[in-house]
Design a binder for this molecule. Structure first.
Ligand SMILES: *[C@@H]1O[C@H](CO)[C@@H](O)[C@H](O)[C@H]1NC(C)=O
Ligand SMILES: *[C@@H]1O[C@H](CO)[C@@H](O)[C@H](O)[C@H]1NC(C)=O
Ligand SMILES: *[C@@H]1O[C@H](CO)[C@@H](O)[C@H](O)[C@H]1NC(C)=O
Ligand SMILES: *[C@@H]1O[C@H](CO)[C@@H](O)[C@H](O)[C@H]1NC(C)=O
Ligand SMILES: *[C@@H]1O[C@H](CO)[C@@H](O)[C@H](O)[C@H]1NC(C)=O
Ligand SMILES: *[C@@H]1O[C@H](CO)[C@@H](O)[C@H](O)[C@H]1NC(C)=O
Ligand SMILES: *[C@@H]1O[C@H](CO)[C@@H](O)[C@H](O)[C@H]1NC(C)=O
Ligand SMILES: *[C@@H]1O[C@H](CO)[C@@H](O)[C@H](O)[C@H]1NC(C)=O
Ligand SMILES: *[C@@H]1O[C@H](CO)[C@@H](O)[C@H](O)[C@H]1NC(C)=O
Length: 857
């Protein structure tokens, strides 16, 4: 039922419509809307067409506005115009851009067949669309302040505004206030950065517009505090002005003194972006002072002031030397420049410590003054010395020092003084003999240099055939040719003078003679083969110094002195005569010798040599320090310390064999302990034999921290000597590891190997000797060896006289000792003992001095 009737209505409507079209001429406006709502500013075209059976009968088709005024066709001045359709009747009303006051009813009119009026109208309504009036897309709030984010919109009807930030809606709260035109952000912080979305909506029209507003919070520049900048003149330096701020600030540097912008100044560079200031080849005069750094960004411009301290290294620009006589006052002034003004002091170059300001504690005559002139940057140091002495003479270093550096300059004080002979006062006389000229030297000290004059008695000496002067200052030699004339052997006066005074000195010329006869000779110590003499020179001993003594000797049975042997000692050496034959009686004659020649021989007492006997007691050598032998330790109580815990090297010097060759040495050692003041021995090892080739023996496998008693005897065919006794205490614990000693040990090991090799060679030599001469023996060949080292020894002649005498076979040993300083041995550090060992009672220790026949004339 319902469906049927509905269908029917539609059908009727359709019929009505077509029926009307067909029947009634009328006008049609397209778009076909009774009311047209359009946005202001949009364009609109309304087409009016007749709907008539014969369109050609339509006339006067026109548009009229709301005031019923006809609207003209196109004219630029008109905001609205009409255009006719080409080829058919129809008028188009065109609004190029709708305005609000164009709203109203517009009517399209015409006539059909000249009589029937046609009419159609349309109502045009306008609205204003949403537009952003003031809503910049970038807005810059400043930190710490309130800021209004602008989003001002226009629209009719009025739109409403919504705010979003990061897709979250913003509502009014303690931070934000949402307003119709803006968003108030209170107390902006950097966290308020972001994109704010401003959305405008007109509910009625459904119009919606959004705008993204980028909010960038800005921070005014803030310059980090800067410290004073210190630069040394001539160097380059840079200062950094570091400011925070958003956007990052740019920088400017200004030298305050002349308000110069340093970005354009010579020697300066300004990095606008980083704030760095670079100063090249800094100058004190122009660069020292205050500088200003300005940091600027869109928010603010701030500045700060910084001090640049230019330091100048000290420079000494004046140091005058001083020359003044003794007892005068003098001063040495040193002037220096520097920033800050340096402190100026002095140091005598020969001393380490500089002088103190003010009076010196150790020398009240010396005073150091300092003065400053800060404006000029100068400082002066003055060293005042009163009552000048000669020791003040010398170089003085001026030291100028400030924080930038130090400068040195040497000046000198010259102390003038009258001539003096203080250092050459007690010269020995000058000797002349055999027509040799005497050479008198006069060397006074004086500043300025002295001029020298010589006097003989009261007469000034001129050159002649006796005298010749060489030089008259600062040194002068007087050469005297006395021609054996006694008058010239006298004293001469040397007179030195300069502008401060004069001084004179006497020099004696003496005639040289051979020494007088020796006044006394005593035998001091006798063994079977040796005699030690004590010699006293001539009584009135005022001649040339003695150089040597010579002894001539012969066995009593030889009547003539023609074949006498002789021996010469240098003056002061131990006067030991060796190689004598036991039980033989000798006659001796002694003479002294000086540069002129040898004096007369005089007889000394005859000596009958004792019988052969056991060797003398050997002497144990103790190395107290490295390379230094202490041979005072033969007292039985002495406990020497061994540097090692487990071994000890016993060393000794060869004793006198007393006429019978030493066969070997015997060594005993025991552990010894002291009980109630008495030594008790135990665990003894006895009778270790040591060949005579050696003068040392290594005791090993000892116990640490234990005292050993060591006895050493020398044995010859007659018997054993008295034992030399030594107590040694070994070191505690393991051997100390002394790095310095390791190479020494290894080098001594090498020496040991070398010595062993030499020994092997010697033994071979000895065997050769034996087979060639049939009277070999080690001693025989040793004899030959020592001859070589002692080839100046006149005594060797005496060996030849009695070659087969058995007692002479052993002589080399003491001789060898007496020449321990032969060059080969000097090179070996362990052989360096500079001791001469002769017998058990007398020890002659000389360090490095050449002894015996070496210095004989
Ligand atoms: C602004 O905020 C800062 C820290 O965010 C705060 O210290 C300051 O007191 C605030 N100022 C005002 C006026 O609220
Ligand atoms: C500048 O100062 C800031 C804050 O004190 C610091 O983090 C930055 O490292 C400084 N820049 C330079 C180049 O020193
Ligand atoms: C430096 O800042 C002070 C205030 O802090 C201002 O008076 C002065 O004019 C500024 N100087 C320059 C060169 O901008
Ligand atoms: C001072 O003496 C030194 C030499 O000792 C010399 O080099 C220097 O030139 C002298 N100074 C003056 C100012 O004469
Ligand atoms: C230092 O000596 C000079 C002459 O050598 C003299 O003119 C000057 O006055 C002296 N200065 C002082 C402080 O004694
Ligand atoms: C100067 O020094 C000497 C010693 O060097 C002294 O004997 C003398 O009294 C001093 N003179 C003065 C004036 O101090
Ligand atoms: C005098 O002795 C000196 C050194 O003492 C020497 O330099 C000079 O040459 C000698 N003169 C003569 C003529 O011998
Ligand atoms: C003083 O004598 C020395 C040594 O002969 C010489 O070097 C020096 O130049 C002399 N001085 C003067 C001022 O003549
Ligand atoms: C010492 O003896 C040698 C020969 O052995 C002889 O030539 C020399 O003249 C002698 N000297 C003295 C001072 O008798």
């Amino acid at each position: 039922m319902m469906r049927k009737s509905g269908f029917c209505v539609v059908l009727i409507g359709c019929l009505l419509l077509t029926g009307a079209n067909a029947q009634q001429p009328q006008l049609e406006i397209q778009p076909n809307e009774k009311v047209m709502t359009r946005e202001v500013g949009s364009s609109l075209a309304l087409t009016c067409r007749p709907n008539v059976p014969d369109p050609s009968l339509v006339t006067q088709l026109e548009w009229r506005d709301r005031f019923d005024r006809k609207i003209d066709s196109f004219n630029r001045a008109n905001p609205v115009y009409v255009q006719h359709l080409p080829g058919e009747p129809g008028a188009v009303l065109i609004f190029p851009s709708l305005t609000e006051n164009q709203a109203g009813t517009y009517t399209c009119r015409g006539f059909y067949a000249n009589t029937e009026p046609l009419l159609a109208s349309v109502d045009i309504k306008t609205y204003v669309g949403i537009s952003f009036v003031e809503a910049p897309e970038n807005q810059y709030p400043i930190v710490g302040r309130d800021f209004r984010v602008k989003c001002k919109v226009k629209g009719n009807p009025t739109p409403t505004i919504d705010w979003n930030k990061d897709d979250l809606p913003i509502t009014t709260n303690e931070k934000f206030v949402v307003d119709s035109e803006e968003l108030l952000i209170k107390n902006v912080t950097e966290a308020d950065d972001g994109v704010y979305k401003c959305t405008a909506i007109v509910l009625m029209t459904g119009d919606i517009r959004t705008r993204n507003i980028k909010v960038e919070v800005q921070v005014p520049p803030k310059i980090q505090p800067m410290d004073t900048i210190t630069i040394v003149e001539g160097e380059s330096a840079s200062a950094l002005c570091n400011a925070t701020g958003k956007p990052p600030p740019s920088y400017q540097w200004i030298k305050l003194r002349d308000r110069q912008d340093l970005s354009v100044a010579d020697r300066f560079e300004v990095k606008k972006i980083t704030g760095q200031l670079i100063i090249n080849r800094v100058e004190y005069e122009s660069d020292d002072g205050l500088y200003q750094c300005i940091a600027e960004n869109s928010v603010d411009r701030v500045n700060t002031t910084v001090r640049v301290n230019v330091l100048v290294k000290p420079r000494i620009f004046q140091l005058q030397n001083a020359t003044d006589p003794v007892k005068a006052n003098t001063n040495l002034t040193c002037k220096a420049y520097g920033r800050p003004p340096p402190s100026v002091t002095f140091r005598k170059l020969s001393r380490r410590e500089p002088f103190k300001v003010g009076q010196q504690l150790d020398d009240g005559r010396i005073f150091l003054e300092q003065e400053y002139n800060p404006e000029k940057g100068e400082a002066y140091g003055t060293l005042l010395i009163s009552n000048l002495t000669r020791s003040d003479d010398g170089l003085y270093e001026c030291v100028a020092e400030n924080t930038a550096g130090v400068a040195y300059k040497n000046g000198h004080i010259t102390t003038l003084f009258p001539p003096t002979f203080a250092r050459t006062r007690d010269l020995p006389p000058v000797w002349s003999w055999d027509n040799r000229p005497g050479n008198l030297t006069c060397l006074p000290e004086a500043i300025p240099n002295a001029t020298i004059m010589w006097k003989y008695g009261d007469i000034e000496i001129q050159d002649n055939n006796v005298f010749r002067k060489i030089g008259n200052g600062p040194v002068s030699y007087l050469i005297i040719n006395p021609h054996n004339d006694r008058r010239y052997f006298t004293r001469y006066e040397c007179i030195a003078s300069n502008n401060l005074g004069k001084a004179s000195m006497f020099i004696q010329l003496k005639q040289g003679f051979v020494p007088g006869s020796v006044s006394q000779v005593r035998k001091e110590y006798v063994t079977a083969t040796t005699i030690k003499w004590s010699i006293i020179p001539a009584n009135n001993f005022d001649g040339l110094p003695l150089k040597s003594y010579t002894v001539r000797y012969k066995p009593e049975r030889e009547l003539s002195w023609d074949y006498a042997r002789n021996h010469t000692w240098s003056f002061g050496a131990p006067y030991i005569l060796e190689g004598l034959i036991p039980e033989e009686t000798y006659h001796f004659q002694f003479a002294a010798k000086n540069e002129v020649g040898m004096g007369p021989f005089i007889n000394a007492e005859s000596v009958t040599m004792p019988r052969r006997s056991v060797p003398t007691q050997p002497k144990i050598l103790i190395e107290s320090n490295r390379n230094k032998i202490d041979n005072t330790a033969n007292r039985e109580d002495t406990a020497a310390a061994s540097p090692y815990a487990d071994h000890f090297e016993l060393r000794w010097s060869v004793p006198n064999d007393n006429g019978d060759p030493i066969l070997y040495y015997l060594i005993d050692y025991c552990i010894t302990e002291k009980f109630n003041g008495e030594w008790r021995d135990r665990d003894c090892v006895n009778d270790i034999q040591r060949s005579i080739q050696y003068t040392s023996f290594e005791l090993d496998k000892l116990r640490p921290d234990t005292t050993y008693k060591i006895e050493l005897r020398a044995r010859n065919s007659i018997g054993d000597s008295w034992p030399a006794v030594l107590r040694v205490k070994t070191a505690r614990g393991i051997d100390p590891i002394v790095p310095m000693q390791t190479p020494a040990m290894s080098s001594s090991a090498i020496i040991g190997i070398v010595i062993a090799a030499i020994v092997v060679v010697l033994v071979l030599l000895d065997l050769t000797c034996y087979f060639v001469n049939r009277l070999g023996m080690i001693a025989m060949c040793c004899n030959a060896r020592t001859k070589h080292t002692d080839d100046e020894d006149p005594k060797l002649g005496s060996y030849k006289a009695a070659p087969a005498h058995p007692s002479s076979l052993n002589l080399p040993q003491p001789i060898k000792l007496a020449t321990t300083t032969t060059p080969t041995e000097e090179r070996e550090p362990l052989q360096q003992p500079m001791s001469v060992e002769f017998d058990g009672k007398f020890t002659h220790s000389k360090s490095g001095e050449i002894i015996g026949k070496h210095s004989a004339v």
